[in-house]
Design a binder for this molecule. Sequence first.
Ligand code: HEM
Length: 214
Amino acid sequence: MKLATFLTSGLAAFTAAQTPAPYTDPKSGITFSILQHSSGYFFGLALPTNATGSTDFIATIGGKGTGWSGVSLGGAMLGKLLIVAWPNGQSVLGSFRKTATHASPAIATGPFTQSPIANGTYVNSTHWTYTFLCSKCIQPDKTTFLPTDTSPSLGYALNAAAPPQKTNPASSVAKHTSQGQVVFDLSKARSGRFEEWAGYAGVPVAKVGRGFEG
Ligand code: HEM
């Protein structure tokens, strides 16, 4: 099923954020365990079969319109590694964030990187999507889920309003209009094709994030 159809047909079936379910992106061919929200927001994960020692995953994040979509890799907003993304014309900007207070999260620095996967990153008439290899994104310091977790809670947050400096990946964002935490059954996100899909990734974006021409 196309994502647009999936999004539309799914609207009546759930109120806010549904249980993550398998979804294969028609352009990249990557299968994710994906969380869909009635706003059009989505966040999906793909992981290798062998959890032990793995610090990487492939993520896809997107939405409809020009607002921002965010995820907390540790579930809560405070003290966890966050990812924020939004479209800018035909580009998509992504960045890592972290905050100790309930305010617009600042850019986070660390060993983690985002390497865009070109065939899974695009803006079209129905939605935008940003797909990337998130390297060293699973950290042992309790800011993210752990490689051996089986069903961690991840956080989602979104706002349909575009960030005030939408060409700047470090822009502030307005508070989410919808947010929450959802359990991901990681066994459903694992695939023996992970390494093949990870090979689609280009070079890492700068730590501050940047625009990516999808
Ligand atoms: C100006 C920006 C932001 C403000 C003022 C803000 C404020 C808040 C507040 C006050 C809460 C508690 C629930 C509520 O009262 O609504 C909350 C929860 C949450 N926020 Fe934010 N937030 C901002 C940006 C973000 C961003 C960019 C993300 C993710 C990338 C995020 C992720 C979450 C999540 C996942 C929760 C629910 C889990 C929890 O309770 O910690 N927030 N936020």
